[in-house]
Design a protein around this ligand. Structure first.
Ligand SMILES: [Zn+2]
Length: 309
């Protein structure tokens, strides 16, 4: 049996796994991400941990794939990763390979490797071209075309969260622009829409009794809370509209919705579908919209898949 190492680097922890070429996660573990001091320790920490875990099977390990929170191009060059304290441009794949005694290493953006994981073993398994949309604090995305990640020229391919949906927006997005997709349809966006609805009327709602979170909104929708349903409808309008723009460019067979907010499950899909169908060009409208299946392990599995291919 041959194995690949999957590495998924986040701002607080690095998830790692030994994955068989058949897609079985043989072992999974994590280490803390030491972002202090410009994140200098991150790659050496990863290399040391990988070496320790593969000591008995090193001859059967074909390589390592690494997903990172920043734009990474096809050559493995990262331009910046603020969450890791990295503000230089360098080839992560080469540097990690050097630390792993010349092992084959491939690097990509974290949302892109999660997309590849879902395509390989999760919700995208039975489909052709796929776009994954991660609904968390922000909105991330990954495009899988002909079974491969589409990284684009500078590694920002699939960075859909900052498509402008509202040029008249007054509030700034984290990226510095105004009116970005993720200001409306991310978990943060849903909380904001809920607070707007709560302010706009005095209608009764269970959302008035506790701190407003995206989970609280979807729990209330499940309980037929009318105000929460209005929030879900506005969310569906923005997400459906955003997906229609992507469909017009990529024309995927499936959209996979992942990230923390996708835990609300299939309940959110009709709200999105209604607006997607309204705004999407007829030849792209058959795209399926489904919920991701692999949760946190999508990144590790997708990262490993890059070297298995
Ligand atoms: Zn933005």
């Amino acid at each position: 049996m041959k194995y690949a190492i999957g590495i998924d680097v986040g701002g607080t922890s690095v998830k790692m796994g030994i994955v068989s070429t058949e897609g079985e996660l043989k072992e999974a573990w994590e280490i803390p991400t030491r972002v202090e001091d410009g994140g200098k320790a991150i790659l050496p920490d990863i290399a040391a941990s990988v070496k320790e875990h593969i000591s008995g099977i090193a001859d059967d390990v074909t390589g390592a794939g690494i997903g990172l929170p920043g734009p990474v191009d096809d050559e493995g060059v990262i331009r910046k990763a603020v969450n890791l304290g990295w503000d230089r441009t360098f080839n992560v794949a080469e540097e990690l390979s050097g630390l792993l005694s010349g092992m084959t290493v491939k690097a990509a953006n974290d949302a892109n490797v999660a997309a590849l994981g879902e395509y390989w073993l999760g919700a995208g398994k039975d489909y052709g071209d796929m776009v994954m949309v991660t609904l968390g604090t922000g909105i991330g995305g990954g495009i899988v075309h002909h079974g491969k990640i589409y990284a684009g020229t500078t590694g920002a391919g699939g960075e859909i969260g900052h498509i402008c949906l509202n040029p008249n927006e007054k509030l700034s997005c984290g990226c510095g622009k105004k009116g970005c997709f993720e200001q409306y349809a991310s978990a943060t966006g849903v909380v904001r829409l809920a607070n707007e609805e709560l302010k706009a009327s005095s209608d009764p709602s269970e959302l008035r009794d506790a701190p407003v979170t995206a989970k609280a909104v979807w729990d209330a929708v499940r309980n037929h809370d009318k105000l929460a349903i209005r929030v879900a409808e506005r969310f569906g309008y923005y997400l459906g509209w955003g997906l229609s723009i992507i469909a017009g460019v990529v024309n995927p067979e499936v959209f996979v919705l992942g990230g923390g907010m996708s835990k609300a499950g299939d309940m959110m899909i009709p709200y999105v579908r209604e607006h997607f169908d309204k705004y999407t060009f007829h030849a792209c409208r058959d795209a399926q919209i489904v919920i991701a299946k692999l949760g946190n392990s999508a990144g590790t599995l997708g990262a490993a898949k890059m070297v298995i291919d």
